[in-house]
Design a protein around this ligand. Structure first.
Ligand code: BDR
Ligand code: CA
Length: 315
């Protein structure tokens, strides 16, 4: 039986491919897509989710917009990484897939409480919506099988020297999630930097010969250009689909138990995830921490999902 999931995202190039992986892989059932402000404003991330669903032929999956700003601090978007639109690179047609009315948190709560079995949440964005869900609806926790998130790092950051973007954008929300008692798996930069979209990977999408394959190649090419300029990466890391891959097949993303806390006050380290994998602190295990990616298996699943979705030949 496919694992039922909801993706909470801020598309974003890697979020776009995370949505495609979730919709195209038979091991998961995508029940909903919720959006949040992060890589770009809420209006843009929601438009981008609709664009992705339109070009990937994902219909019948409700999309709902959530929080327009982090819980406490002001929004600081990642236009340096994802461009002015949040999804720069390809030209997208006018979206034909709409968002549903109502707040993302209400959609998540409705899906969670209406589903016959617990649902896995896959946040690939700042955790504002998830924190709001857990605080507004404490009873939702029992309907969540686990939270498998892209965020944080057991090493260094990418927004500040210490902090990863999703956690740095809303540290208070991340703190709520890691302290919630809901089982959490953290796919941080230390593992997502093993998912490198090399030129060979981009060529695999081009060779599919479909509009969707071409769009993926264009997304990855734009992403590569900003990663090269900002960080000197020869190939960009495709963060967000790693969290989806962990749900699809845990053997693709290896984890170890640990304790994760979020630094809220550090003078230089606000938003850092302090990851204890060695019991230094005596703090209890509160997360599975992803440490190693089977990169070949990961890309095989990613390309297979785009193959399934992109059944329209290129013109
Ligand atoms: C995370 O930040 C965003 O820019 C990406 O979409 C990903 O979710 C990586 O730090
Ligand atoms: Ca993201």
């Amino acid at each position: 039986m496919p694992v039922p999931i909801i993706i909470d995202c801020d598309p974003g190039h890697d979020d776009a491919l995370a949505i495609m992986l979730a919709a195209g892989d038979p091991a998961v059932e995508l029940l909903g897509i919720t959006t949040v402000a992060g890589n770009q404003t809420l209006a843009k991330t929601t438009l981008n989710a609709r664009r992705v669903c339109t070009v990937a032929g994902i219909t019948g999956v409700p999309i709902a917009a959530g929080c327009a700003k982090p819980l406490v601090q002001a929004l600081d978007v990642a236009d340096d990484v994802h461009g002015a639109s949040g999804l720069d690179g390809p030209r997208f047609p006018e979206p034909t897939v709409d968002a549903v009315p109502g707040h993302a948190v209400d959609l998540m709560y409705r899906i969670l409480t209406g589903h016959p079995e617990p649902v896995t949440l896959v946040p690939t964005a700042p955790l504002t919506n998830i924190a709001l869900l857990l605080t507004r609806h404490p009873d939702a926790a029992t309907c969540i099988r686990e939270i498998v998130l892209m965020g944080g790092s057991s090493e260094r950051g990418n927004r500040t020297p210490a902090a990863e973007f999703n956690v740095r954008t809303d540290p208070e929300a991340a703190d709520i999630v890691f302290r919630s008692g809901v089982p959490v798996t953290m796919c941080g930069l230390n593992v997502t930097h093993q998912a490198l979209a090399t030129p060979e990977v981009v060529a695999r999408f081009e060779r599919l010969g479909t509009d969707l394959g071409r769009i993926c190649a264009e997304l990855l090419t734009f992403f590569a250009s900003t990663y090269r300029t900002l960080w000197g990466f020869p190939s960009p890391p495709l963060h967000d689909p790693v969290a989806v891959a962990r749900v699809i097949d845990p053997d693709i993303v290896h984890c170890v138990e640990g304790n994760v806390v979020v630094e809220l006050n550090g003078r230089y380290t606000r938003g850092a995830t302090v990851v204890d994998l060695h019991r230094y602190t005596g703090r209890p295990v509160n997360a599975q921490v992803a440490v190693r990616l089977e990169a070949d298996l990961f890309w095989d699943r990613m390309v297979a999902a785009v193959t399934v979705l992109g059944d329209r030949p290129s013109r």
